[in-house]
Design a protein around this ligand. Structure first.
Ligand SMILES: [Zn+2]
Length: 485
């Protein structure tokens, strides 16, 4: 798709609000399970259904995951934090307000680094990170005159990550989302699975004269269910706003929704102002200090982040930049790779090509993540060792890995059951060697005349005759014995 661009004298100013569901066992303020895909209203209680007289109790795991995310994004964590009520009516928000954080969020002033051209990085600010509860879901059965409410999601912990208005193109917004998701997944705070709604994104965009700081009205776009749609919706609305401004018309400050089928944005409502929500401190959850020991423990517990891994893969393991980036793109892939290396005695590059090839193909074919692929890292390392030793061809190795995944066999069992074991029995190999010598009198004469290369052709003939299963070292040795004797 060719993205419509702003007129040369206008530049887009884009900010993204991302909500991720935290991977906690229970909800934010009650003990109900935080589980996707359960039967409607299977996980509800008086707290998350907003019954009178109940009190919220903060989930410690949600606080820890939220702080870990803030730290992973390089935010300042304030000394204390508090919750506030954001008042609005929604059929799937039974209390009539959402418990969120207004003026004391968990984190302020972080950043997401985007890899730019030629190794340069671009820093996109993260204005704030705060905790809040999710709402339920309203379902509209087709053809019926009623709606249904499922409150399983009501009270699930959400982390809202608000970017600074630093993004300048739809393509850059897309790259920001990829980098943000990668960091949050590395920090193990969320699955960030857009299909399951555990990552959601709203975008806002306005145009301004290039070089000016005066903004035109800001448009917020909702209903963006994929990174690609974020990019498309922004491109579309930039074009729409450009046309309006070029015609001397005003852009309305409003909330619009992306209509995927029609590939356009359409008005949803005029934008609420903050005062419309009548924020006030949540009286049932007083402000509390964030223990510095907790922050330090969480900071120390953060795993190695993608940028550090990338650097190590290139610098210490000597991987090509593209290979290193592909491995570091997801922590599960990177961890799997390192478990293969930990099996010992395997070259980093060879293992990388198997992980990015056979293992990812298997994961994609079965629609699972790498951890769901039935190839134990030790088995992959074993296969890589066999290839490295010349005992298996690359082609045979791919068959062996597929067999391991399908049958759960060990590497040795899979090699045997596919009949791919190397022929290293002298007597057996001698037959093939004699046949090769008899079939190639010219090569034999050339070798005897001092042409060393002719020996390679003879080894090749033995390998071909054994369909690649001969031990090439032994074949060479037998040929030399016959020729030299
Ligand atoms: Zn509950």
């Amino acid at each position: 798709m060719t993205a419509p661009r702003a007129a040369p004298d206008l530049e887009p100013v884009i900010g993204l609000e991302v909500h991720v569901q935290l991977a906690t066992r229970s909800k934010l303020f009650c003990a109900c399970r935080n589980e996707y895909g359960a039967a409607p209203n299977a996980h509800v209680c008086p707290v998350c259904t907003g019954q009178p007289g109940v009190l919220p109790v903060l989930n410690e795991q949600a606080l820890s995951l939220g702080l870990s995310a803030a730290l992973a994004l390089g935010c300042e964590v304030p000394a204390s934090t508090k919750f506030d009520r954001k008042n609005y009516f929604y059929p799937d928000l039974p209390k009539g307000y959402q418990i969120s954080q207004y003026d004391r969020p968990l984190g302020l002033g972080g950043a997401v680094e985007l890899a730019g051209d030629g190794g340069a990085t671009r820093r996109v600010g993260v204005a704030r990170v705060h905790l809040e509860e999710d709402a339920g879901k309203t379902l509209h059965p087709p053809g019926e005159n009623y709606s249904l409410v499922d409150l399983n999601r009501a009270g699930v912990p959400l982390l809202e990550i608000v970017s600074a208005p630093d993004l300048r193109s739809p393509e850059e917004a897309h790259r920001y989302l990829v980098a943000l998701k990668r960091t949050l997944r590395y920090a193990r705070v969320s699955e960030c699975d857009m299909e399951k709604g555990s990552l959601r994104c709203d975008a806002n965009v306005s145009l301004r004269a290039r070089g000016s700081s005066a903004l035109n009205a800001r448009v917020e776009i909702k209903n963006l269910n994929s990174f690609r749609n974020v990019e498309r919706a922004l491109a579309h609305d930039i074009a729409r706003q450009t046309t309006l401004l070029a015609a001397g018309e005003a852009v309305l400050q409003e909330t619009r929704m992306w209509r995927e089928e029609e590939e356009c944005t359409a008005p949803l409502r005029s934008k609420e102002e903050e005062h419309d929500y009548r924020y006030f401190p949540e009286p049932d959850l007083p402000e509390f200090a964030i223990p510095p020991e907790l922050v330090e423990r969480l900071r120390a517990g953060l795993p190695e982040m993608p940028a550090a891994r990338l650097e190590r893969y290139i610098g210490r393991l000597g991987l090509p930049a593209e290979t290193a980036a592909a491995l570091a793109a997801d922590w599960e892939v990177a961890d799997y790779y390192e478990r293969c290396l930990a099996a010992g005695g395997v070259p980093a590059r060879a293992v990388a090509s198997f992980v990015l090839g056979a293992v990812l193909q298997e994961a994609n074919a079965r629609h699972v993540s790498v951890s769901g692929v039935n190839i134990p890292p030790a088995s992959l390392a074993e296969v890589a060792r066999l290839v490295e030793a010349g005992a298996l061809s690359h082609q045979a190795a791919r068959k062996v890995l597929a067999e391991i995944a399908a049958s759960g066999q060990s590497a040795a069992q899979a090699v045997a059951s596919l009949g791919l074991e190397q022929v290293s029995d002298r007597a057996q190999l001698a037959v093939a060697v004699d046949a090769a010598l008899a079939a190639a009198p010219v090569a034999v004469a050339q070798y005897r005349a001092g042409k060393q290369n002719a020996l390679n052709a003879l080894v090749g003939a033995v390998m071909k005759a054994t369909r690649g299963k001969a031990d090439p070292k032994l074949a060479r040795q037998l040929l030399l014995e016959r020729l030299g004797a």
